[in-house]
Write a protein that binds this ligand. Structure first.
Ligand code: UDP
Length: 498
């Protein structure tokens, strides 16, 4: 119920169990919840402790955001208590997909209960589902509710991966010579890719990695039975492709990003809040160090929530960072997180030799806090969409090492926009020490770096406008919420029919 005693529209949000999906979808839940909607965020027991603080903070701000904790489905090979890709070894990622698929049964059972016991809370009028949770379409049909897809990548990424997936599945992928691939199916205009600009799996579909093969059908945009699409981007950043997706699906496309806490755009709220996981470094220690650095002089190094570099890759990158003489904050994901970490991943004596100009975080970094600090001038990243959007909308250019999926597309977009430069590629790539030094010098010290920062600052300004009053993303959140209110009204009118 809302404060005026009227029922509020209720939305269920289904995220794929990976931090790169949970993080933006939790933020989306808070955002749509702030429009006087009730939101049930679906998860499983082992993930609850990670999200509880976020939920409590939203509740304290009067936002009706609840966790809907479904029992963990039994899946062969899923290590106990590891219900998200970041805590699961890569060889078990298939079991995370299987678990996500099997959540349909407890979700449908919960839905059934909502319709039986209506006095508890209004049953959802809509399920917002992650592209990797496509079974939500069947559930929505079964319970005659609406469903809206959340595609966790940008509008260009979603359009191009849809095109690639369809072309591969229909065996119409077009190659031009040895080194060029052209995507044209379901795109506003053909896009040519060089070998290093697209997922290697797309080059030789017959030798595809099993996970890519499994995911491929999920990358197709299916508009049948779906009432619209929500995107973590903003109109001014990708207007052509937002428009294209609207034409392709024939449905509303609400670009509501960037999905960052409003405190990063001058709004109220706590910048130290946990995002995804508790940070493995005390915020005051980190801030004190960053405060002591020169403006735009530090590179932040991180490769997202899943990628763990091998010893060889870590050592090569360490040598590159050391040789560059630049200052850095580097978050290293290894088997044992915590303050001692796995120092054998680093060249001997590295930590001692770089202690005056580098901070190593073993485990989870408070990424937004770092990227929003004025001392940070560049981000060395794997170009995951969340990281790209966070960096650009906080005004920081990127030195990229794209590894999987749409990360290559993100890298290419950034190069075109003049806010990114590539230094390595592919999950098996080993950074070249000289190249690391050269790219970092360019981004942090040369005129090129200044130009890139100016271009990124423009994105930051656009993003701030988009999420502010009268901005495009804010209007889209309001548009989505008003659609939910219409659905509730229709349900109420139908149920009052004689
Ligand atoms: N992240 C973070 N601290 C870390 C690593 C990642 O806060 O140490 C967050 C980052 O801010 C982003 C998400 O985790 O929101 C990673 O998403 P992205 O799409 O960049 O990559 P993925 O993890 O999906 O590969």
């Amino acid at each position: 119920m809302s404060m005026d005693g009227l029922q509020k529209p209720h939305v269920a949000v289904l995220a794929f169990p990976a931090l790169g999906h949970y993080i933006p979808l939790l933020e989306l839940s808070r955002l749509v919840g702030s429009q006087n909607l009730t939101v049930s965020f679906v998860t499983t027991p082992a993930n609850v402790p990670r999200f509880q603080d976020f939920i409590d903070e939203a509740l304290n701000c009067g936002i009706d955001l609840r966790l809907l904790v479904l029992p963990t489905p039994h899946v062969e090979g899923l290590p106990e208590g590891r219900e998200s890709t970041d805590v699961c070894p890569p060889e078990s990622h298939g079991s995370i997909f299987a678990m996500a698929r099997k959540l349909q049964e407890p979700f449908d059972a919960w839905m059934e209960l909502q319709f039986k016991e209506q006095e508890l809370a209004a049953p959802p009028v809509c399920v917002v589902f992650d592209s990797f949770m496509g079974w939500a379409r069947q559930s929505a049909e079964k319970f005659s509710i609406s469903c809206v897809e959340f595609n966790p990548v940008g509008a260009f990424g979603a359009s191009a991966t849809n095109s690639a997936a369809r072309s591969i599945m229909q065996r119409v992928l077009e190659k031009q010579g040895e080194d060029c691939l052209v995507l044209s199916l379901d795109l506003p205009r053909p896009v040519r890719f060089k070998r290093n600009e697209i997922n290697q799996d797309y080059w030789s579909p017959d030798e595809m990695n099993p996970i890519t093969k499994f995911v491929l059908p999920m990358l197709q945009i299916v508009s049948k039975g779906v009432s619209g699409m929500l995107l973590n981007t903003f109109k001014e950043l990708e207007s052509d492709y937002v428009e294209h997706l609207r034409n392709l699906t024939g449905k509303p496309v609400w670009a509501i990003g960037p999905l960052l806490p409003m405190s990063y755009f001058g709004g109220a709220g706590n910048k130290l809040s946990t995002r995804g996981k508790m940070a493995d470094i005390p915020a005051d220690e980190l801030l004190q160090w960053l405060d002591s650095q020169k403006t735009a002089s530090v590179v932040y190094v991180s490769f997202g929530s899943v990628v763990k570099l091998s010893k060889e890759q870590t050592k090569a990158l360490a040598r590159g960072l050391e040789g560059s003489k630049q200052h850095f904050v580097w978050t290293i994901k290894v088997t044992h997180s915590g303050r001692s970490g796995n120092a054998e991943y680093l060249p001997e004596g590295f930590l001692e030799r770089t202690k005056d100009r580098g901070v190593v975080i073993w485990g989870w970094a408070p990424q937004l806090l770092i990227l929003s600090h004025p001392s940070v001038g560049a981000f060395m990243s794997h170009c995951g969409w969340n990281s790209v959007l966070e960096s650009l909308t906080l005004g920081v250019p990127i030195a990229g090492w794209p590894m999987f999926g749409e990360q290559f597309l993100n890298m290419r977009t950034m190069e075109e926009m003049g806010v990114g430069i590539q230094f390595c590629e592919h999950p098996g790539g080993v950074p070249d020490e000289e190249k690391v030094g050269e790219v970092l010098r360019q981004v942090l010290s040369d005129d090129k770096g200044k130009e890139m920062r100016t271009a990124a600052q423009k994105v930051k300004e656009m993003a701030r406008k988009a999420v502010g009053d009268g901005g495009s993303s804010k209007a889209n959140v309001q548009g989505f919420a008003s659609e939910m209110r219409k659905l509730l009204k229709m349900r109420q009118e139908q149920s009052s029919l004689p």
